[in-house]
Design a protein around this ligand. Structure first.
Ligand code: BGC
Length: 764
């Protein structure tokens, strides 16, 4: 009797909980819920599993869809969406097969890596983060969404928000750098930009935050490698940007290739269900990264059937390319390894995404050929790209105000990137038309007109090893091996000798960063340093324009080259934007979102590190028995947040409205900023806080706010930050997000190293 009562009460409780959960879903959008209910009642198990399948597009061509293998699968109802199909006509063609020739006429979702723009390509994400301008980043995502949706795409595999503190990892180029606060702001900006306020509009894209989670912490900076870290670090330093994207309403999440706590992300139930859905309340769908389920076999988790069942149970909804779900889930269902509820849940989430995108109402919503003709690569978009690119460049050095250059005389333009349109866009330029990319040479010509002469010499290849050359360029060599490196340098020197100034455009090739582009030596590649030395020897002033997708080790360059402008990869309009900055049409205002180390041995080197029990005071040399190296100081070449301007910004004293606070009080910190130089310009004023004593160790400083302010030459502004206990919160030993009373150092400055500081006490 007792047992019966217990059993009945438990059943009732489960029923109530289930109905409650369902009701919440129904209430969110009853129309969608009942529509999908109805549809799912008609679906066979194989059709449900088909929705979870995201094959690659293969070699599908317009007009051939019906005959292809993919076409056959679409008709059978075995495909939920496709990845990286390019062009509105192709997509329309494929969609037609789905909605006219499959039994239930369910439309497909079309995803693509629209990472930093579409055909109008913006600077790489690391560069965009350097702008510290969230409205501008949102604008790039908005334009990308307009162009991609005009070309048939409704889903992008962006933003990539992996915190990266190891510049050997090539994918540092795809994210916002090393800081969780900045990373979270950037994540929100992308999501809002892509998704707008209504996903069903024909010019908004569903975003996909990736790679969940911790992909940027790959050991040794080697792509796809193992990650392992404490929960406390995870929660405080690596997870916040993913969470910010979820909070901003991101429609989908992509799993990462790596393991988290010993279990590959795609099969990690703690990550995908306990954390993502139960703690964070994510209600979109989870897609794996490319063949990530199949790769779980290589990770040592079992055969394809085992890992596919594991992924579904963990909370993965869609299988990218590997077809593990498609080929094994029905068997696993029969064998009791997965349940129909698990398949239903995943299928429902995919259908909901399609519903939200408005695809059931009009499967061709994103397939208007007219839009493709008028809304892609427009003059407006190109103009925006030019201005945006110029605001991402970081001026690293400018001795004796060598920059900006005068528009006159003879300019030697030298280096492997000086006249190289194919390398302007940077990695992940899937929809870029490189013929539209403006080279540096072209940009200089555009800005200079007949005011100055440009004399060009290549000077060096990217690298001198032809095998490596092919590796950094998808198998096609970009080098000129008809001449020796010495001959190329000699030519550049002779050109430089006849000129007034040298602009050396050097750095990495576009594909030296990005996926599977890890480097163990992150110095300037090939003979480029030798080229720079030879150019310096001419006695002419040398400006180094640096293309890179990662921090480089450049101690020698910093010491010897008078002016260094880091332009990352600026996208389609690189050349014009670079010329705008070199000749002072635009004053550079970018700040580094990553630390540049002196050498590879210092890695990982990041500004918000812990203090240790034996800290070396900042800026000091070797001390026996303190935490340092025998052969190099602990300092970076350039700290996080660093970047110069053609003008000079002077910070006044830091003023706090009080120094003793209680829990419901806020602190107002003000500082005056004066543009004391000769140019108008923008400065990123940065707020850092240090929590001096905690129940767990706390970083030496953490970015907690920033403002990008524009000041005319001679102008002074008062910059104000309001700080509340919210800004002091962190995850403690119980993973509880809270703040602790005590002393806090408030710091404000133009980078993470040079700050004005004052201390306050906050009680609870
Ligand atoms: C990358 C993802 C990308 C996917 C689809 C993978 O190799 O890791 O970032 O979205 O391919 O192209």
């Amino acid at each position: 009797m007792k047992f019966r009562i217990f059993f009945l009460t438990t059943c009732l409780a489960i029923h109530i909980a289930f109905t409650y959960a369902q009701n919440a879903e129904v209430q969110a959008d009853p129309k969608m819920h009942f529509f999908i209910d109805d549809l799912m009642k008609k679906m066979t198990i194989q059709e449900k599993i088909g929705q979870l399948n995201l094959p690659g597009s293969g070699d599908i061509t317009t007009g051939q869809t019906t005959n292809s293998d993919i076409g056959k699968k679409i008709k059978e109802g075995s495909v939920g969406g496709l990845l990286n199909v390019k062009s509105v006509t192709k997509i329309r063609d494929v969609q037609k097969v789905a909605v006219e020739e499959s039994r239930l006429k369910i439309p497909l979702i079309f995803g693509m890596d629209v990472i930093h723009g579409y055909q109008t390509t913006f600077p790489i994400p690391l560069a965009l983060a350097s702008s510290f301008d969230m409205a501008m980043i949102e604008q790039t995502a908005r334009i990308a969404a307009t162009e991609a949706t005009a070309d048939g795409i409704c889903w992008t595999f962006s933003p990539m928000v992996d915190i990266a503190r190891d510049p050997r990892w090539g994918r540092v180029a795809e994210g916002a750098g090393e800081d969780a606060f900045l990373g979270s702001m950037v994540a929100r900006a992308y999501v809002h930009g892509y998704q707008g306020d209504d996903l069903s509009k024909n010019n908004t894209l569903m975003a996909c935050v990736k790679h969940f989670a911790l992909y940027g912490a790959a050991e040794g900076g080697r792509d796809y490698n193992t990650t392992d870290m404490s929960r406390i670090r995870m929660y405080n330093e690596y997870l916040p940007p993913y969470y910010a994207a979820v909070e901003a309403g991101v429609g989908s999440v992509m799993t990462s290739f790596n393991e988290v706590d010993g279990i590959p992300a795609s099969g990690n139930r703690w990550l995908l269900t306990d954390l993502l859905r139960d703690q964070w309340g994510f209600n979109g769908f989870v897609v794996t990264d490319f063949t990530a389920i199949n790769e779980m076999t290589e990770h040592g988790m079992g055969d394809l059937q085992t890992v596919s069942a594991m992924a579904l149970r963990a909370g993965t909804d869609m299988d990218m390319v590997g077809e593990g779900f498609l080929t094994t889930l029905e068997k696993s269902l029969k064998e009791g390894k997965v349940t129909i509820e698990q398949i239903d849940k995943a299928c429902r989430r995919i259908l909901e995404a399609k519903y939200k995108l408005g695809l059931f109402e009009d499967p061709y919503r994103y397939c208007e050929p007219n839009r493709a003709k008028t809304e892609i690569a427009t003059d407006d978009h190109f103009n925006a790209a030019r201005e945006i690119a110029s605001r991402t460049f970081v001026l690293l050095k400018n001795e004796n105000q060598l920059l900006p250059l005068a528009k006159k005389g003879k300019i030697a333009l030298v280096g492997p990137l000086a006249n190289n349109p194919g390398n302007m866009a940077g990695m992940w330029a899937v929809a870029t038309d490189h013929r539209q990319s403006v080279s540096v040479w072209q940009g200089l010509k555009n800005v200079l007109g007949t005011d100055a002469e440009i004399h060009y010499a290549r000077g060096a290849n990217f690298v001198e090893d032809p095998a490596l050359d092919k590796r950094i360029n998808y198998g096609a060599s970009v080098g000129d091996y008809s001449r020796t490196p010495e001959e190329m340098i000699a030519e550049a020197v002779s050109v430089a000798s006849q000129c007034d100034v040298v602009v050396a455009v050097v750095g990495e090739a576009a594909e030296m960063s990005g996926e599977c582009s890890s480097r163990s030596d992150i110095s300037l590649p090939g003979h480029q340093k030798a080229l720079l030395k030879a150019l310096l020897d001419t006695g002419k002033p040398v400006v180094m324009v640096l293309f890179t997708g990662r921090p480089l080790t450049m101690t020698w360059e910093q010491k010897n080259i008078p002016a260094i402008l880091n332009v990352w990869f600026g996208g389609t309009q690189s050349g014009n934007a670079i010329a705008d900055v070199l000749f002072g049409v635009v004053n550079p205002s970018g700040k580094l979102p990553v630390t540049f180390p002196q050498n590879v041995g210092q890695i990982p080197l990041y500004y918000n590190h812990k203090n240790t029990g034996r800290p070396l005071p900042e800026g000091e040399g070797f001390h026996k028995f303190l935490s340092n190296y025998l052969d190099v100081t602990n300092d970076p070449i350039y700290p996080f947040g660093f970047g110069l301007s053609y003008t000079r910004f002077t910070y006044g004293n830091l003023i706090l409205d009080r120094t003793q606070l209680t829990e419901n009080q806020s602190l107002t910190a003000t500082i005056t900023l004066t543009n004391s130089g000769n140019y108008d310009g923008a400065e990123v004023v940065q707020l850092y806080i240090r929590d001096l004593v905690g129940s767990v160790t706390r970083p030496v400083k953490e970015l907690k706010g920033f403002q990008k302010v524009f000041l005319k030459s001679g102008e002074t502004k008062t910059i104000t930050f309001i700080i509340t206990p919210e800004d002091l919160k962190f995850f403690n030993d119980d993973l509880k997000f809270d703040w602790e009373p005590g002393e806090f150092v408030i710091m404000i400055g133009g980078n993470s190293r040079d700050v004005k500081s004052a201390t306050v006490t906050w009680t609870k």
